[in-house]
Design a protein around this ligand. Structure first.
Ligand code: CO
Length: 141
């Protein structure tokens, strides 16, 4: 399995390729707020580990292994955003919170959170029941 920081790179590269059709070192650096030389170093490591193929003047392409993991990482990020949203976390906190927790959960925990999101989405009464509890707790503070 890739390390947390490798995961961030694979996730960003996957999203850039989905959005624009390509991922340039400068775009990756901007998305992750890091220096382009750090991107080059990581991209070389990801190439060595066969997540992508990097050619200095032609850019980079994800291998099928890189695409598969990239897709799962983007799914995980989106699922965790949905989860925080459904439990009522303030919108302004959601992105940063997901970035903070996404690398630290097992896939087992991700799957169970997926069940919980589904549980709330299947019956809107469940979301309302949760909101009632949140309202009570706020009133009691
Ligand atoms: Co993320």
């Amino acid at each position: 399995m890739p390390t947390p920081s490798m995961e961030d790179y694979i996730e960003q590269i996957y999203m850039l390729i989905e959005d624009k059709g390509y991922a340039r070192v400068s775009d990756i650096a901007e998305a992750l707020a890091v220096h382009p030389s750090s991107v080059t170093k990581m991209v070389q490591k990801l190439d060595k580990d066969q997540y992508l193929i990097y050619e200095k003047y032609r850019g980079l392409v994800l291998t099928s292994k890189g695409k598969k993991i990239g897709k799962r990482l983007v799914y995980r990020h989106e699922l965790l955003e949905q989860f925080l949203r459904v439990i009522g976390v303030d919108e302004e906190n959601i992105y940063e919170d997901v970035e903070g927790i996404e690398h630290h959960l097992s896939w087992n925990a991700i799957d169970r959170i997926g069940d919980l999101v589904q549980y709330f989405e299947e019956e809107k009464d469940r979301v309302e029941a949760l909101q009632t509890i949140q309202k009570q707790n706020e009133d009691n503070q």
